[in-house]
Design a protein around this ligand. Sequence first.
Ligand code: GLN
Length: 312
Amino acid sequence: MAVDLRDPLRSVLGSILDEVRDRTDGEVASYIPELAKADPRALGIALASTHGVVHEAGDSAVEFTIQSVSKPFVFALALDALGLEEVTRHVGLEPSGEPFNAISLDEASGRPLNPMINAGAIVTSSLIPGDTADEKFARIRAGLQAFAGRELDVDEAVFASEAATGDRNRALAYLTRSAGTLASTAEIATTAYFRQCSLTVTARDLAIMAATLATGGVNPVTGERVVGEDAARWTTAVMTSCGMYDASGDWLVRVGLPAKSGVGGGIVALQPGQFGIGTFSPPLDARGNSVRGVAMLEALSSQSGLHLLRHR
Ligand code: GLN
């Protein structure tokens, strides 16, 4: 790709795309049947600075469902509304070392281990203020829109598909309800959660959402304060330890950036005080992380020296 003199960073992002474009390993998610329709060739990346400048390459404007990439942002909204103490009475902060859909609860406290796995994310959605699924979801949607700086739609086909096949998530909701940690009925929590996962975003949106955490809670494009600094920092910390499920330890060594993946093919990553990144590529590895998304972030981190724990 030729160097774009007006936007050299765009050239860097373009060459990252070129590096991973030919990888064909991984499978598009199919356990939610509607997701199997995603185009495996779609490939995009965007980077938003904490000054609000956005650089993009490839399919950065293609919409896909946010899925689990929503989890840290809803966690930040819950922290902002209720505080750390109240939220952590319901969900823990420890890496689980288990798959995203694990039937996992801390025996003694009845809490899911962290808010990045499904059990913890469903509890987090239940904590969002509102008496009905509609009220909770309206609040979640407004919050994610503020993170993205634009209106977000629900992909009704993906929502219907997940609602029709989401019994494992319902089981997690009933389990946490019986343990006393779910803050609503199981039906309300899973409906809000399924709708949250079905919101559509682009890689550009994800970059701006991540950059909003990177500034400490202010959307750098719109200037709106979305969550407080504490909520942004706590959320970033949990992304660092738990964001890539049972690959989180490996990720911290190889890439070294707080991140979160989703089965729609999106990944967000950020460097606090610097930038947010969004990537999009639907084929997933065995842990449910985008193969080429991981490869792009690995390449970007090593080539540009972005590892959080670098010495200089
Ligand atoms: N909605 C999906 C689920 O709950 C999200 C999972 C994911 O993105 N890892 O199964």
